[in-house]
Design a protein around this ligand. Structure first.
Ligand SMILES: [Zn+2]
Length: 242
């Protein structure tokens, strides 16, 4: 695996009491050169970036904190910069069109290595929008989580649970790991991850995706049987004590 080293100046030392236990997947739509300028201006950046041809660049060492997650929460942990490694994927469609194979191949190699090295549990491999559902949409609905789960990157339900669950939607979302202080936003983040074909967005609005989030949330459809079923199935695998 060829990795270009960038020696990024924006990072912090890790707190030795905070073990690495999350892998956060992002995407960005501006060109690589424009994004580097913007991230540098704001003093942020991931650990790694993979361009759409599969070239990997490393910004910051894994033993340092990189600034990629912002205000975030997952399964009771908050401020995930302190405990995570972040990978940015360049996608001009902002994750609305399929990710190129070369890019995904590189992602699988890199993510597998990181997961093994730090013993990251599959339920802690997340998208930025999973951990910041009111603020973020990336890596968006085209990131192939189902396919990734075949490589041990994240979790995906294998079977349908036949019994009807009486648990509230909010409870199920919380059991998976979502911050449910805004339930609609959490449910939409869940759908981007586990029901990409049902995401109620204006698929044409590429440039304004982040700004459109409040509108997207307003368009949230009424909960239906299919959403319930998948919620129950996903909550069951995230809850499994293994
Ligand atoms: Zn992000």
């Amino acid at each position: 695996m060829q990795i270009k080293q960038l020696n990024w100046p924006h990072f912090a030392e890790r707190d030795p009491h905070k073990k690495i236990r999350h892998l956060v997947v992002h995407c960005f739509a501006f060109s690589v050169s424009k994004s580097l300028k913007l991230w540098d201006k704001f003093g942020v950046g991931p650990h790694y970036m993979i361009d759409n041809k599969g070239q990997i660049s490393q910004f910051v060492g894994e033993n340092k904190v990189a600034w990629h997650a912002g205000k975030s929460c997952w399964r009771g942990d908050s401020g995930l910069n302190a405990t995570s490694i972040g990978i940015e994927l360049y996608t001009p469609s902002f994750g609305q069109k399929p990710y190129p194979k070369a890019q995904l191949d590189a992602f699988v190699k890199l993510a597998t290595q990181i997961i093994k090295k730090h013993h990251i549990r599959p339920e802690n491999v997340v998208g930025h929008s999973d951990i910041a559902p009111t603020r973020k949409l990336d890596p968006n609905f085209s990131f192939p989580w189902k396919e990734m789960a075949k490589y041990g990157i994240g979790l995906w339900p294998k079977k349908q649970i036949k019994q009807k669950s009486l648990k509230r939607t909010k409870t199920l979302l919380k059991e998976i790991g979502y911050d449910v202080s805004d339930e609609k936003a959490a449910l939409l983040a869940f759908m981007r991850h586990f029901m990409p074909e049902r995401v109620p967005v204006d698929r044409g609005a590429v440039d304004k995706m982040e700004e459109n989030l409040p509108k997207v949330i307003a368009k949230m459809p009424k909960e239906d049987k299919e959403i319930r079923q998948i919620l129950v199935d996903v909550a069951a695998i995230y809850n499994k004590k293994n």
